[in-house]
Design a protein around this ligand. Structure first.
Ligand SMILES: [Zn+2]
Length: 280
C-alpha cells in the first residue's frame, strides 16, 4: 500500500497554483518576426477589405494585424517564397474576424503555410459506401485544430480581386470555431441563443436547397463548414447575402462589427462559372 504524505499534497497544491498562475498570467507576445516596413500603408493599398473597418475600430484592427505579423510564422511550400505583401494580405484578412474588443489574436495558430496554388492531399474521407479512395484531392486551404492554417496563395489573391471564394476568412473562421471546442459552427461569444437559432435555421435551409443563390452548397456538409461558408459570403458577397438572408447577414454584421453590404469594394463582381465544391 502506498501512503500519501501531506508534503506530497502540499507540493501538488503548490504545483497546481504555479500552473494556474502560468495559465492565467498575461503573456508577452511571442515575437517571431518584425512587422514589414510601411505595413499600414501597404495594408490599405493592397487589401480592399480593410476599408470596411470603421474609423473607431481602426486602432484595434491595426493592433491585431501588427501582432499577427509579429507572432505568426509564415512558411512557403511547393517552391513559394513568401514576401511581405503576402504576409500583410493574410494578416489583414484574418484580423477582420476579431474586431470584438476582447477577441484574442488567434492564440491557437502558430504557423501559416502558403502554397503557390491549390495543393493535393491524400483523401481520408470514406465515400457513401465506406471506401477511401487513393486519389488525391485538390484543396485550396486547410485549418488544423490548434496549430496551423494552410492556404493557396492564388486563391488568397483571387479573394483580394473580388472572387466569391475567400479562403483566409474561411479557414480562420474554423480557427475561431476551434476556440470553443464544446460547440461546432460557433465562435466565442457570451450569448449563443440567437446565434444558434438563426444558424440552425439557415443551415437546414441550405441543406434543403438545390441551387442556393448566394451560399456555396459546400456549407451544407456540417455546421463548421456552414460557418466558414457564410463568413466567406459575408465578406465577398455582402449585398447579396443581405438581400437573400437578411437575418443571417444581420447576425454576422453584429458579431464581426462590420457592414460589407454598405461598401462597394470592387467595380464588378467577377463570376467563375467553372467553380465547383472544393476541400477547404
Ligand atoms: Zn472548411
Amino acid at each position: 500500500m502506498t501512503g500519501f504524505a501531506p508534503e506530497a499534497f502540499i507540493a501538488l497544491a503548490l504545483g497546481l497554483a504555479l500552473l494556474l498562475r502560468w495559465m492565467f498570467a498575461p503573456r508577452k507576445p511571442r515575437i517571431v518576426a518584425a512587422a514589414p516596413v510601411h505595413w499600414r500603408a501597404r495594408l490599405y493599398a493592397r487589401v480592399p477589405h480593410a476599408q470596411l473597418v470603421p474609423a473607431q475600430a481602426r486602432a484595434r484592427y491595426e493592433h491585431c494585424v501588427e501582432r499577427f505579423l509579429q507572432e505568426k510564422r509564415f512558411i512557403g511550400c511547393g517552391g513559394l517564397t513568401v514576401d511581405d505583401d503576402m504576409r500583410i494580405a493574410v494578416a489583414g484578412l484574418a484580423c477582420l474576424l476579431i474586431l470584438r474588443p476582447q477577441a484574442a489574436v488567434f492564440p491557437l495558430v502558430q504557423r501559416i503555410l502558403l502554397y503557390p496554388d491549390r495543393f493535393y492531399v491524400p483523401s481520408t474521407e470514406p465515400d457513401e459506401i465506406g471506401l477511401v479512395s487513393d486519389e488525391p484531392v485538390e484543396h485550396l486551404g486547410e485549418s488544423w485544430q490548434g496549430d496551423r492554417v494552410i492556404l493557396s496563395w492564388a486563391d488568397v489573391q483571387a479573394s483580394l480581386d473580388g472572387d466569391e471564394v475567400n479562403v483566409v476568412v474561411h479557414e480562420f473562421a474554423h480557427q475561431l470555431d476551434d476556440e470553443t471546442p464544446e460547440t461546432e459552427g460557433a465562435p466565442p461569444m457570451r450569448d449563443y441563443a440567437r446565434w444558434s437559432a438563426v444558424m440552425t435555421r439557415e443551415f437546414r435551409r441550405l441543406q434543403r436547397h438545390r441551387r442556393p443563390p448566394v451560399l456555396d452548397p459546400y456549407g451544407a456538409e456540417s455546421p463548421g463548414e456552414f460557418f466558414g461558408v457564410v463568413t466567406e459570403a459575408f465578406f465577398q458577397r455582402g449585398p447579396e447575402l443581405r438581400q437573400h438572408h437578411p437575418e443571417l447577414y444581420d447576425l454576422l454584421r453584429t458579431y464581426y462589427r462590420l457592414d460589407p453590404a454598405a461598401h462597394r469594394l470592387w467595380q464588378v463582381q467577377p463570376q467563375d462559372p467553372a467553380a465547383g465544391p472544393d476541400g477547404r
